[in-house]
Design a binder for this molecule. Structure first.
Ligand code: ADP
Ligand code: MG
Length: 468
């Protein structure tokens, strides 16, 4: 005879315990649906509706009983997941980032399974080496690439440098970055006018600006830059304040439409299957201004994201996401985007030589994919053992830390196993497009060759840092 306890337990378990075996929404299946990476073997254990969109990212390069040799590793494109790639120069960060963009932005039967491509956005700022964003080379695959640059970057020939990338003639356009009144609101204006990086305080003129913006907001009218300037002219400022304010105003004004052709142009409309690169490399734009502008752009791209979703990539992020209030603000905006990635269908990929941003990212529980040395691994086994594994990596290889990924099959039943605190050694696959990142050698530059023979180059600079 069944007891009252047994009856109640049966009722609870039937109704409320995981429905994994009954339908696909239950526990484990749902976890596999959201996995950032999975092996081909795991994908084949799941029904097609669980992983409907994925792309090949690399191959297993380690030894494990649970993952076969050279097992293909797939990037789950259906569920938004974000990635942090960290490594020293030449270790293959940009290469991996471009491979991920290739997976997400273009349908390619031999490479991915994609119902509809995502729209790609790349933020680039590099005033040191004067190189173009490597993702621009995706135009060699027929992907439509649009590059947005500041008008004053004409002084450094940035436009011309983009136009000489192979495939640019057909598939790449460069446009001046222009903001319209409707792109600006009180919050964005406050951010653009407010911070004073050198003092880290709010400049005195902000009191007046806040009042003007508040009065405009109360009227409920659309923000107008012209009216804002007129209102400012009616005010009196001390010469010191006015000079500082004008510096910010002039920068902002340089992005407002000047010619009739620029009026009404909306650069933030992005289509699936296209890539937009925002490049603020320009000696007249400092790092903090670039961060404030990127912050505004990110918000606008997210507002206009297509239904299929958005992938936002930052390469060489250490060149602008470092110290200062503006960088901290932009980092926070990125982390917020990542925390809410499932609601806003936006994935973020950050590639950097500087691992410090990942401390914040681990604290918000980000799945981290970490390529090549130096690597920032938290709580992943013995320090020395991980250290020697990093030093042994070849170009293009990475140690991937992504606890929620399913890459192995365990037990006799070969059930998918979560990576958990384990580390996956992966070799990034060969790129489809042209490799624009080849090092410039003393005996001759090899720019833009299709990669057929990727001879691994031993690394000499491990650049390991304190945070490791
Ligand atoms: N997975 C890979 N397969 C083949 N070659 C690679 C791979 N990763 C990197 N490389 C080679 O190394 C070069 C440097 O890589 P890159 O991604 O530009 O380095 P980083 O961005 O880390 O400085 C690439 O241009 C490419 O030639
Ligand atoms: Mg790079």
């Amino acid at each position: 005879m069944t007891t009252e306890y047994e009856n109640e337990k049966k009722r609870f378990t039937e109704r409320y315990l995981s429905r994994d075996t009954k339908d696909q929404q239950g526990g484990r299946t749902e976890e596999i649906r959201m996995t950032p990476l999975c092996s081909l073997a795991v994908a084949h254990t799941a029904t097609q509706s669980v992983l409907p969109q994925y792309g090949l990212l690399g191959f297993h390069a380690g030894q494990s009983e649970e993952i076969s040799e050279k097992e293909p590793i797939l990037l789950n494109i259906n569920a938004p997941n974000s990635t942090f790639i960290c490594g020293s120069q030449g270790s293959g960060k940009s290469y991996t980032l471009s491979a991920m963009l290739e997976d997400c932005v273009q349908k390619n039967k031999s490479l991915n399974k994609l119902k509809e491509p995502l729209a790609g956005v790349v933020f680039h700022y590099d005033n040191d080496s004067h190189t173009v964003a490597e993702a621009a080379h995706l135009c060699s695959l027929g992907i439509k690439v649009r590059v947005l640059v500041s008008k004053s970057s004409a002084a450094t020939n940035l436009k011309q440098r983009y136009l000489t990338v192979s495939g640019a003639a057909k598939n790449l356009t460069v446009e001046d970055f222009v903001l319209q009144d409707r792109h600006l609101n009180v919050e964005r204006m406050l951010k653009m006018m407010a911070f004073d990086e050198s003092e880290g305080t709010v400049p005195l003129y902000m009191e007046v600006i806040q009042r003007i913006l508040r009065e405009t907001a109360i009227t409920g009218q659309q923000f107008s830059f012209q009216k804002f300037m007129w209102d400012l002219k009616q005010e009196r400022f001390s010469p010191g304040q006015e000079a500082m304010m004008n510096m910010r105003l002039n920068l902002l004004q340089s992005f407002m439409p000047k010619f009739a052709t620029e009026l009404g142009k909306d650069l933030f409309n992005i289509a699936p299957g296209t890539l937009t690169i925002v490049d603020f490399s320009d000696p007249l734009i400092d790092q903090s201004s670039a961060c404030v502008l990127f912050d505004t752009c990110l918000a606008l791209f997210k507002e206009n994201r297509p239904k299929s979703g958005l992938v936002v990539a930052l390469d060489e992020a250490h060149k602008f996401l470092n110290k200062g209030a503006a960088a901290a603000n932009f980092t926070e905006r990125l982390l917020q985007t990542i925390r809410e990635q499932r609601h806003n269908a936006t994935r973020v990929i950050i590639a950097t030589q500087e691992p410090t941003i990942s401390e914040t990212s681990t604290s918000v529980g980000l799945p981290l994919s970490t390529a090549s040395h130096p690597l920032h691994v938290t709580g992943a086994g013995d320090r020395n053992e991980v250290f020697s594994r990093i030093v042994d990596l070849n170009v293009g290889e990475s140690l991937v830390f992504s606890p929620s990924s399913f890459v192995g099959l365990e037990g006799e039943e070969r059930k998918p196993k979560k990576l958990g605190s384990g580390i996956l050694k992966m070799k990034t696959r060969l790129r489809e497009g042209i490799d624009g990142g080849r090092s410039i050698m003393a005996a001759g530059a090899g720019e833009g060759k299709k990669d057929e023979d990727p001879t691994p180059v031993p690394m000499c600079d491990t650049g390991l840092t304190e945070s490791f």
